[in-house]
Design a protein around this ligand. Structure first.
Ligand SMILES: [Zn+2]
Length: 92
């Protein structure tokens, strides 16, 4: 009888497969971090990042960036956005 043990592996397998598909591009230095936007240098540790609702994947991220969001979600994004908001000159 099937006891459903194998069906629970889908998430991990998919994650591995997506990560593997990114791997050659990251190794070639072609990918920017999905969190901070900086290039991921070849050989640098990286993780496959999740969207905030965990419904999908954002793409490769520096491992430090990925770990950083674990505690406080999206603080870097908030800070980056704050610097840009004060530009409302409408002289026309
Ligand atoms: Zn980063």
């Amino acid at each position: 009888m099937v006891r459903g043990s194998t069906s629970r592996r889908g998430y991990g397998t998919k994650h591995q497969r997506i990560r593997a598909s990114w791997s050659p591009k990251v190794a070639a230095g072609l990918v920017n971090c999905a969190r901070c936007g900086q290039p991921i240098e070849p050989g640098r540790p990286w993780d496959l990042g999740h969207t905030d609702d965990r419904a999908g994947w954002t793409g490769p991220e520096h491992r430090v960036c990925n770990r950083r969001v674990g505690g406080r979600n999206g603080a870097a994004v908030t800070n980056a956005a704050r610097g840009k908001t004060v530009r409302t000159s409408r002289n026309w």
